[in-house]
Structures are given as structure tokens and as C-alpha cells.
Design a binder for this molecule. Structure first.
Ligand code: HEM
Length: 256
């Protein structure tokens, strides 16, 4: 019996009566949007952490997203469009996930008892995913709305001012923890569900996948915290010039 079936029958939501193919389609869409968001988050971390290399490097990454290679000086429009697409996928993924949420305190208690009785670590992971997913509804929405309304205001100083002076670090640290656990567990569950790396011995590969999941969370969290500290330091040093935009070294030296 699959874990989802056990959980659903425990919650009294038996799927056996349903002949419709809609639940399977919704399940597939949930997996597909989840995979898209997880891959997006890996690239997002790489782009945001460009600040660890240098302010100039982060500036050129930002400008590339503003299409400065075809639009003179860059434009906020391509950035706004990409944020809007990610926001729509994020909302759709969350909407599909609501189906799986335990809807009453009694259901939560039943799940907890089941998880404790069976020492079923995958159910524990599922519970962590529900809790972090719930947190992401709020934390992710704050960030995405801020980005949508500030699509032309991303860069070494603009981002650092937001993180430090606008106190967004409080949201970011919580968002970082929630998203890294949620994403890594999500990828693990996807691989188990669709049997991507089952090989000859699914039990063994499940153990290996679990290790990979912890490594992924650890690497992403470490990179995220280092990145956040870097924005904090820049924001702290820049607070008296809050709002001033970054001018890259190359432009300063060509002006002199
Ligand atoms: C296209 C959409 C997105 C864009 C353009 C974007 C851009 C950024 C930027 C520029 C920063 C640096 C801080 C700042 O400027 O305020 C940042 C930080 C962050 N973003 Fe996003 N973001 C997007 C979507 C998301 C999503 C969907 C999530 C997770 C649900 C997310 C999670 C985070 C986290 C956790 C940080 C803090 C990074 C760290 O501590 O290293 N972002 N984002």
C-alpha cells in the first residue's frame, strides 16, 4: 500500500469509489509544478548568491535578466514577466496542495499517532512538508509581491537595502528554512512516487535518496545563510545611502 493511500484511508478519504481520472491528473500537475519550482529554486539560489563572488558580478546577473544585451540599459519588463510566471505557478501549486492538507485537528492527531506507531519516517517527512508548505503560503507570497512591485529595484545595493534596512532578513531566514526543507523533501517524494531512481533495489535506493535529500538541504541552507549574511553586511555599510543604486566599477573607472 502506498503511503498516500494509507494516509488517505486513515483520513477517511478513500479513493476507491472514485472512477474519475481528475485526481490522477491533478496529482500529475502537482508533481510537475513542484518539480518546476524546485528546479527554479536551485537556479534562484545560484543567481542570488552571485553576491558572494562580487557586487559587480551580481550587478551583471541582474542586468542580464533585464535583457541589457538587447535593450539599452535594461528594462524591468522581462524581470516582471518572469516573476509573474513564477508567481502563477506558485499559486497553482499551492492551490493543488490544499487537497492534501489535513482539514481538522482530529486528522492531524490521527496522522501523528499513525506516524509514531509505525515509526514511518516518510510520514514524518510528509508532515514536515505540510507544515513548511503552510508557512510558504505566507512567506513566499510576501517575497513574490515585493519582487513584483520592485522588479526594477534589484541589485547589489537595492537588494542589500531591502534585506537590511527594510528588515526583509526576518522573512528571508524563515523563507529560506521553509523552502529548502520543503523543496528537498518534495524532490525526494517525487523520485519515490514516480520511481525515477528505483534501480534493482528500491529499498536501498530510497535510503540513498534520503541521504541526497539531506545533503541538498544542507548545501542550499549553507549557501543561503552565507548569501543572506553578505547582503546584511552590504546593507549595514550602505544604510546612510539607503536608496542609492549601485554603479559598477567599470562605469566608475570609465567616467574618471
Ligand atoms: C522570479 C521570481 C523571483 C525573483 C526574481 C526573486 C529574486 C530574489 C532576490 C533578488 C533576492 C535577494 C534579496 C532581495 O533582493 O530582496 C531573493 C532572495 C530570496 N528569495 Fe527570491 N525571487 C523569486 C522567487 C522566489 C521564490 C518562489 C522563493 C521561495 C518560495 C524565493 C525565496 C527566496 C529566499 C529564501 C531568499 C533569501 C536568499 C538567501 O537567504 O540566500 N524566491 N530573491
Amino acid at each position: 500500500m502506498l503511503r498516500d493511500d494509507i494516509v488517505e484511508s486513515l483520513l477517511g478519504k478513500t479513493t476507491q469509489k472514485k472512477k474519475s481520472r481528475t485526481p490522477a491528473k491533478l496529482d500529475f500537475l502537482q508533481s510537475a509544478t513542484g518539480l518546476f519550482l524546485a528546479i527554479f529554486m536551485i537556479f534562484h539560489m545560484l543567481f542570488v548568491s552571485s553576491i558572494l563572488i562580487s557586487k559587480d558580478f551580481m550587478y551583471s546577473v541582474t542586468k542580464a535578466f533585464e535583457f541589457n544585451f538587447i535593450i539599452d540599459g535594461g528594462s524591468r519588463v522581462p524581470v516582471f514577466i518572469s516573476i509573474a510566471i513564477v508567481t502563477l505557478v506558485f499559486i497553482f501549486h499551492a492551490f493543488l496542495a490544499i487537497r492534501k492538507f489535513p482539514i481538522s485537528y482530529r486528522e492531524v492527531l490521527r496522522l501523528k499517532t499513525f506516524s509514531n506507531l509505525m515509526k514511518h519516517s516518510d510520514t514524518n517527512l510528509w508532515i514536515i512538508q505540510v507544515i513548511t508548505g503552510f508557512a510558504l503560503f505566507f512567506l513566499g507570497s510576501i517575497h513574490l509581491y515585493t519582487m513584483l512591485t520592485n522588479s526594477g529595484n534589484i541589485g547589489p545595493f537595492a537588494s542589500a537595502d531591502r534585506v537590511y534596512s527594510d528588515l526583509m532578513w526576518i522573512v528571508y531566514i524563515l523563507l529560506l528554512i521553509a523552502v529548502e526543507f520543503h523543496g528537498a523533501i518534495g524532490l525526494y517524494r517525487l523520485s519515490v512516487k514516480w520511481g525515477w531512481f528505483d534501480g534493482d533495489n528500491p529499498k536501498e535506493s530510497r535510503k540513498r535518496l534520503k541521504k541526497v535529500k539531506w545533503i541538498l538541504s544542507g548545501v542550499m541552507l549553507t549557501l543561503g545563510v552565507a548569501t543572506l549574511i553578505s547582503y546584511m553586511k552590504i546593507g549595514y555599510a550602505h544604510q546612510s545611502h539607503y536608496g542609492d543604486r549601485y554603479v559598477p566599477q567599470m562605469e566608475i573607472s570609465s567616467e574618471n
